[in-house]
Write a protein that binds this ligand. Sequence first.
Ligand SMILES: Cc1cc2nc3c(=O)[nH]c(=O)nc-3n(C[C@H](O)[C@H](O)[C@H](O)COP(=O)(O)OP(=O)(O)OC[C@H]3O[C@@H](n4cnc5c(N)ncnc54)[C@H](O)[C@@H]3O)c2cc1C
Length: 636
Amino acid sequence: MADNTGTKVISTRGMARAVHETDLCVVGGGLSGLCAAVAAAREGIKVVLMQDRPVLGGNASSEIRVWVRGAKGLHNRETGILSEIEEDNIHRNPELNYSVWDTVLWEKARSEKNIELILNCSCCDAETVMKDGKSRIVSVTGWQTTTYTWHTVRAKYFADCSGDSVLAPISGARWRTGREAHAEYGETFGPIDGDSKTMGNSILIEARETGRPVKFVRPDFAYYFEKEEDFNFKCDRSGDALRHGMPVADAHRSISDQNISVKTTMSRPCALGTDETNFWWIELGGDSNSLLDAEQIRDELLKTAYGIWDFVKNRGKQDATNWDIEWIGFLPGKRESRRYIGKYVMTEHDVASGGKFDDTVAYGGWPMDDHNPAGFRSFEYSFPPSVLYPAPSPYGIPYRVLYGEDVENLFFAGRNISVTHAALSSTRVMATCALIGQAAGTAAGMCVNENETPDGLYEHRIRELQSKLLDAGCMIPGRKREIPALSLGAKLNLSDSDRAVLFNGIERPDAEGTVNYVDLPADGSIVYDFGKETRLSELRLVFDPDFSRKSISDNRKMRVFTQTASRGLDFRPVRVAATLVKAFDVIADGKTVFSAEDNFHSLVRIPLDIRCSRLEIRLRATNGAPRAHVFSADVR
Ligand SMILES: Cc1cc2nc3c(=O)[nH]c(=O)nc-3n(C[C@H](O)[C@H](O)[C@H](O)COP(=O)(O)OP(=O)(O)OC[C@H]3O[C@@H](n4cnc5c(N)ncnc54)[C@H](O)[C@@H]3O)c2cc1C
């Protein structure tokens, strides 16, 4: 009997069992797990992606609806697989419907022929062996609720992208929770003696303006907030909100009194229909156990979220008469639980000093955004719900935080990497997690192909890993992409300065405003002359995805990442970046070998298997801009 993943299912007395043999098993299909699986599959290895929910995306999915954020600064916008997914979403889902977003993510996994996707399957066991004093995972097993089947996946490598580090307690890998004492790593924020508290879980609300009055009746189970003071937020129409009775300066002083260095201000919550709409502050559970107490935390969050909506609708200062709940979460998003202890532990100091690592494979750039464990109830402790500590953008994240020294075939990626609580408060944002996932998946692919261990890869092949990531469109702070010798040796129809830009190994504008692209007419062309017949295996193009995102949406929030949590009547669909080249031909010695009619991706890699002496990339149209911007066009 075969199940829908094409693997063998052996009927036993009791429940069915399926056994899968693969190269890499990724556990957890959030953005880190999805990007890890796609990156590994593109290395040519077989991947099983096991995800316990019906949809991919983790906290970014329709089930939770957290906005994808990443490094500050437009020129630091994340590229690689994440931007490819965003481009798919803009093209396919211009109304930014969350259900369609789910299918965009699902399709990304399904379209990779090397990925076998097992949804609705919760990993809950592992078989390990000891070899030369190190543990090795042989298989993991999960329970699939839809088919009542136990799935066992035997693999050479495993990547734990579950957020919760589910494989740590069951494989014996080292992990920890909570906030480190200052003395451990010499950090300056968080409690001096450390504790087991974490950031909390949240239920979000998506609201919609209807154009007519909509009634809201508070359910009996919900908390009742008579006035703002009852939940201690002071909201005004413009969207500003401060902890009532606790101005920011006082809140900082209160923390400083305890010798905790606070460098900047706390976050601000929401106002309906503005860029600030975001109910992240409906947060609880950080002072209990965000895993073991998850069911009680969910119930408390539901009582709180419905109580807040009742207040907003029926007694709030903002006129919410015409606003309705489009969706309210039932599955809380988790911010923090177990973190692995890897070969290296990244700290607050690494973030603050820019993460200058020789083995940088990803980057962050979100402030250290530390939430009070008491969350929504933090006023009881006279602390703000969140404090933002500055972090440089970008800062490097090293490869050594993606694997440990105790389980030799295990990677980790996402919020569970080897960082302190302080560093996590920045690295946890999802665009950063996606880059980390891409790095881990690429590394796993190399380990399989080169028969290396994760640590062997660090010792012998870290430059190769970095080159692969750069070729896959990722930015690695401080490193430029190497241009293939074949391209450097050819004559081009460009001026010397344009040629220098095309081959400068930088595929984005820089902080000083240098654009780094070749500016061509929308029907311009780039011609390679090799001087003699030459074998070509790939053409790699990078068009301009409009790092400013101004041509994608008028709405500032939509330009951060194309999702929406609140929809006013003036919502306008997003558009493919006008600067992206839409149509072009590739012509080898006068013969068209490739044509694109409706391109919407910035990175286009075209496999070639040809011999020619002249190759022309002839542009035909952009997605609306008068000029075409080409960051890279090279052949190998
Ligand atoms: C309310 C809230 C607001 C936030 N605000 C932002 C924000 O504005 N922007 C931002 O970028 N980040 C934000 N974050 C942080 C961010 O969402 C997380 O840090 C991020 O989602 C972590 O990514 P991940 O891939 O590691 O984990 P997740 O996104 O949690 O994905 C992990 C996946 O693994 C699955 N899984 C777990 N256990 C198992 C198992 N045993 N077997 C199989 N699958 C399993 C889970 O179901 C999940 O789908 C916020 C978080 C919360 C909760």
